[in-house]
Design a protein around this ligand. Sequence first.
Ligand code: GCO
Ligand code: MG
Length: 402
Amino acid sequence: MKIETAKVIVCSPGRNFVTLKIHTDQGVYGIGDATLNGREHAVVAYLEEHVIPCLIGMDPRRIEDIWQYLYRGAYWRRGPVTMRAIAAVDMALWDIKAKMAGMPLYDLLGGKSRDRVMVYGHANGSDIDETVEAVGHYIDMGYKAIRAQTGVPGIKDAYGVGRGKLYYEPADAALPSVTGWETRKALNYVPKMFEKLRATYGFDHHLLHDGHHRYTPQEAANLGKMLEPYQLFWLEDCTPAENQEAFKLVRQHTVTPLAVGEIFNTIWDAKDLIQNQLIDYIRCTIVGAGGITHMRRIADLAALYQVRTGSHGATDLSPVTMGCALHFDTWVPNFGIQEYMRHTEETDAVFPHDYRFEDGHLICGETPGHGVDIDEDLAAKYPYKPAYLPVARLEDGTMWNW
Ligand code: GCO
Ligand code: MG
């Protein structure tokens, strides 16, 4: 069996997506997601110029060997561009193998560990009252877990404040827009939001919060401590994790559960955090961390330390990643939660899929493969539009972490 052709499809049904389609000489094809928000064409070029020419003629059944060829063989390892390209190939190959086996992907991975996957949605508002209302809306839709973000008085376009109710999309401008940040103001405001949320809705639902790398370790520890009375499911990306040791300080001072990993590419980014039990949830996902093959390694390491998965699932991860993630979540023994930021109707139409939302959970389908396809004719109607994530600056103009 041989890989005959592979092509990259770029489209923008509401936002930009990069998709890889691999065809075999036996008529079976597989689909992978290669979207890197705001840097899409870097991955397109990497795939078209450096990966696809090597793949032609290879045996698509040798998923592990192809992974090692692209990672180890390239000499230049890791990084968001390389690892997304590898992830796209890996997803497409697992799709092909599962289709050939006539099995939904979760079955090929080892079978179901659960019937459905708990997801969390994003409730945003420009102030506390709006966010409290938005959380109520998610509760009414059946969500068991909700991430709550609020604008902060005095901070220009604080992180996480969307324009629409359901379809928050951070990559919104042809060049990066500038948002603001002031930690003192956030520390004064965010705990009050959780106080009001618990006073309004009680403690039955899981509440989550994303710090989006804004705090220093000491500030993050302070925030974690202040949030303890509100019993969060997790505090995410409370501080940058390039230095994994930074989490020691946070961990020593708070029992608020910690989650990190949406920008990690490999197991090496998470190794010390996991082995030192500095986190509770690992947020890597299939497209970000080298595909299903590598995510298994990360999840298995995490399981040794009772760290559970909580995969990134923002809108810049296409329905193809969501499909793969749901099969993975259905299988992985140490599953925690899955992020689910809804795609627009245009996106859902371009990527027909068989997963569905029900009672605060996503349920993956039974179609052989990962269950997500691409309608190429429809995709062609939505050409690429440059769109960047914002940047953040402090009041005095200093560049800050977005
Ligand atoms: C999240 C994220 C996203 C990211 C986005 C960047 O927790 O969902 O932080 O909103 O900012 O995925 O591309
Ligand atoms: Mg996040």
